[in-house]
Design a protein around this ligand. Structure first.
Ligand code: ATP
Ligand code: MG
Length: 158
């Protein structure tokens, strides 16, 4: 269905903020404009939930989670950044594999199955988008997601 991603993303973040992770802060750096995308809302909510939940789970006390949108090459670029433990460079592509978890001991304590990002990747690719990660150990992680923007046709009113 046709969705204004700006409005939609604000709603998703609002839900996280209502949960009041008392030790965390959410910071929005979203474009103000309307950004039309054609998405399965439930699936993209699941993608964003998985990615933001990771940012929450792997953040330190007092961490800031930054959420952003940009437009690049006719694609919507979504970023979710945290100041958490980070991911070793040699494992950064593996985190999107099913059941892959960095540092078994650490991850077991925090819980999870290692499926969140594999599901996110599957769903974002089904929308002709991409997902990747950049990270620095001990500094934090940024997850990048893209989604195709809908073209404006001549004569469209909005
Ligand atoms: P699940 O999402 O199924 O509950 P999970 O969070 O362990 O479990 P994924 O979301 O698929 O699984 O993530 C895979 C692994 O990637 C995690 O176990 C963790 O080691 C690493 N990871 C993911 N996101 C982050 C992040 N923001 N910071 C640090 N490590 C991360
Ligand atoms: Mg997860």
């Amino acid at each position: 269905e046709k969705v204004d991603f700006t409005k939609f993303f604000h709603h998703v973040i609002d839900r996280f903020e209502m949960n009041k992770y008392e030790h965390l802060q959410f910071k929005r750096d979203l474009l103000a404009q309307t950004l039309w995308v054609w998405i399965d809302k439930d699936k993209i909510i699941q993608v964003l939930d998985n990615v933001i939940s990771n940012a929450v789970k792997y953040s330190p006390e007092g961490g800031v989670i930054k959420l952003g949108t940009k437009v690049k090459n006719k694609m919507l670029l979504i970023t979710v950044s945290d100041q958490g433990v980070g991911i070793p460079i040699d494992q950064i592509d593996k985190i999107f594999n099913r059941f892959y978890r960095v540092d078994k001991a650490r991850s077991r304590k925090l819980g999870g199955t290692g499926l969140g990002l594999a599901i996110a990747k599957e769903m974002i690719e089904a929308h002709n988008g991409e997902i990747w990660a950049e990270s620095e150990e001990g500094k934090g992680t940024t997850i990048f997601l893209t989604l195709p923007l809908m073209h404006k046709k001549r004569g469209d009113v909005s």
